[in-house]
Ligand binder design. Structure first.
Ligand code: ATP
Length: 344
């Protein structure tokens, strides 16, 4: 990766590869920009631009290069900006967001927030990154997201005590994501227990909740939200290699999604959801979950902690967020596990 440009005076970790970050912003309009024009605008050599474009591609961005015209991102992408996201927050939520930062590149936005002190009860820190070098899903699985083509957002929250149905929080955040998506114009998103958002049976987003609880003290959660905006064919193919069919907001019908608006809607919905969850648990969310349940009535294979697979008919979730599966041995409840839908 290149490092030819003057470093950003950015307190976050944008210094990882600042020229790549600036080239990414310069190409965000989706128009062609010649190497010469970019070099002049960014005060570096053309070969530095060439290397930065190559780095951007290596990170997963889909770029189009045409002789005598230059480079363009195949899908225009609004750069994330903390001020623009903050502007989208309602006053009640903004008052609770103590910090809201956008980094060019971090290991994982969850990891950054987990390394910090717990926010006070009722307030949150929000962290976004254009690119994660070590984006994570559950059980250490990789979360892949191209710079400029995704939302990688984490927010931290401290509960007064440990909520009774903490394991249902993933479902609550799933419903919060659905609410935000509906507001943005995606009406047909579904939830797949425990933590996926699907459109047309393809994965649009994931959720990773990590907990830090001190015995007898408050419980702090860091909630990681991944949402695909415009993945591009190379990354779609890479995700397909893991056995998952992915999709993004553009494919789901949003022609020019404002990533700052998407991020703002997610923060508002999640913070309001956390406040309701803290006082009322899963109850205010359960009907919406059930209405959007992608598994209900389908034959599923469920893999729990062991290699054992339970096979049966998905019967929805109970009031504690457990998945109910009707198996030949009777109705079984699962509080965690991996589910795949049987196609036969
Ligand atoms: P599953 O989706 O099989 O139920 P999971 O929900 O536990 O598993 P996560 O932990 O949420 O999966 O996410 C990691 C998995 O998601 C990866 O193993 C990969 O298959 C898939 N994946 C990675 N990046 C993306 C992405 N941008 N969009 C959709 N799926 C992705």
């Amino acid at each position: 990766m290149t490092n030819d440009a003057a470093p950003f005076s950015d307190p976050m970790n944008r210094g990882n590869d600042p020229l790549v970050a600036r080239v990414s912003v310069a190409l965000a309009d989706g128009q062609f920009h010649s190497g010469e024009e970019l070099a002049k605008a960014l005060g570096v050599s053309r070969s530095a631009i060439w290397k930065a474009v190559r780095s951007l591609r290596d990170l997963g961005a889909t770029l189009h290069a045409v002789r005598n015209r230059g480079y363009r991102l195949t899908t225009a992408s609004e750069p994330l900006a903390a001020g623009a996201i903050r502007e989208r927050l309602s006053p009640d939520v903004s008052a609770r967001v103590k910090s809201l930062e956008v980094a060019w590149s971090v290991g994982s936005t969850n990891t950054v927030l987990l390394s910090r002190a717990n926010p006070s009860n009722g307030s949150s820190e929000v962290m976004l990154a254009e690119y994660q070098t070590a984006g994570r899903g559950r059980r250490g699985r990789a979360w892949l997201a191209p710079p400029g083509g995704s939302i990688c957002l984490s927010l931290s929250w401290t509960f007064r005590g440990v909520p009774a149905d903490l394991s249902a929080l993933g479902l609550v955040i799933g419903v919060c994501k659905l609410r935000a998506l509906r507001e943005l114009g995606v009406a047909n998103a579904k939830v797949k227990w425990p933590n996926d958002i699907l459109v047309d049976d393809r994965k649009l987003g994931g959720i990773l909740i990590e907990l830090r609880a001190e015995s007898g003290g408050p419980a702090c959660v860091v909630i990681g939200i991944g949402l695909n905006v415009a993945l591009g064919a190379p990354l779609l193919a890479k995700i397909a290699e893991t056995g998952i069919a992915a999709t993004d907001l553009i494919t789901a019908g949003l022609s020019k999604p404002s990533r700052n608006a998407v991020a703002g809607a997610l923060v508002v919905s999640c913070i309001r959801g956390l406040l309701d969850f803290e006082t009322e648990g899963l109850r205010p969310f359960i009907e919406e979950w059930r209405d959007a349940d992608a598994l209900r009535g389908r034959m599923v294979d469920l893999r729990g902690g062991t290699d054992e697979v339970a096979r049966g008919l998905a019967r929805g979730v109970d009031l504690h967020g457990a998945l109910l599966v009707e198996t030949p041995e009777g109705l079984k409840k699962f509080l965690s596990g991996d589910v795949s839908v049987r196609v036969s």
